[in-house]
Design a protein around this ligand. Structure first.
Ligand SMILES: Nc1ncnc2c1ncn2[C@@H]1O[C@H](COP(=O)(O)OP(=O)(O)O)[C@@H](O)[C@H]1O
Ligand SMILES: Nc1ccn([C@@H]2O[C@H](COP(=O)(O)OP(=O)(O)O)[C@@H](O)[C@H]2O)c(=O)n1
Length: 230
């Protein structure tokens, strides 16, 4: 079987990371969560007071600080997926907070932020054998990926999944707030100027609203076997 590149894009909270990390584990590929990288930049900006509550961003300072933001991943055997590190500190839990979710899409829409993240992502996947999930992996990061999937489900289903996850982790959450955030991020992600969220023409679409995690895993595994054989 040849080593390939697998791109999993789609709307917020639909299960992209779950599918991507499960597949990567099963087939021994590297998993890269590109959303975690934008979340880590956002956490850095929050901690350094570069984001205002009214939505304003101190773009100039963030641009100057970009080379001080080092994002790495380290595999966590208990979680079965990589944890995200910001300048050497594990921030896996903190970047998933609703606070970070509220600010991440405007930060991710900044061209200089995207440029930095995309070149790091391309370096991580240069050797192939990678499963990468995000918004622009199949369209911009790896337009030649051998397997591209675009995942979606209704906003209510997605918000419920994210709400349940936050609750299970003991993090504060209100369902309506989570739903609003999911819808707002989808809108910003789909309407930004630089590499907006789009289904690549050659991506296979999956609405997993009625699927279990096990079913979607099996579905993706079948696609992988087909794509890696030819
Ligand atoms: N098919 C599914 N049915 C129910 N819950 C799911 C399904 N797929 C993923 N989840 C759960 O939904 C939440 C969001 O999934 P995640 O993989 O983080 O989504 P994304 O990466 O698209 O934001 C997680 O808690 C995950 O366990
Ligand atoms: N390749 C990517 C991945 C994420 N993002 C941004 O980062 C945010 C968080 O991504 P995520 O994948 O963690 O989001 P969830 O789907 O997990 O909620 C998204 O809402 C986008 O604004 C992006 O712009 N491009």
């Amino acid at each position: 079987m040849k080593k390939i590149t697998i791109a999993i894009d789609g709307f917020s909270s639909c299960g992209k990371s779950t599918m991507a990390k499960d597949l990567a584990k099963e087939i021994g590929y590297v998993y890269v969560d590109t959303g975690a990288m934008y979340r880590a930049v956002t956490l850095y900006a929050l901690r350094h007071h570069l984001l205002q509550a009214d939505g304003g961003i101190d773009e100039e300072r963030l641009r100057q600080e970009m080379d001080r933001i080092h994002i790495t991943f380290r595999f966590n055997a208990d979680a079965g997926r990589p944890d995200t590190y910001l300048n050497g500190e594990c921030v896996e839990q903190e970047i998933r907070s609703l606070e970070v979710s509220k600010y991440v899409s405007p930060v991710a829409a900044l061209p200089f932020v995207r440029e930095t993240m995309v070149s790091q992502q391309q370096a991580m996947g240069r050797e192939k054998g990678v499963v990468m999930d995000g918004r622009d992996v199949g369209t911009l990061v790896f337009p030649d990926a051998e397997l591209k999937v675009f995942v979606t489900a209704s906003p209510q289903v997605r918000a419920r999944r994210r709400y349940d996850e936050l609750k299970a982790k003991g993090m504060p959450a209100d369902f309506d707030e989570v739903l609003r955030n999911v819808e707002e991020r989808d809108y910003i992600d789909s309407h930004r100027e630089v590499s907006p969220l789009r289904k690549a023409a050659d991506a296979i679409e999956l609405d997993n609203g009625e699927m279990t995690i096990a079913e979607q895993k099996e579905w993706l595994m079948r696609l992988f076997r087909k794509a890696a054989q030819c």
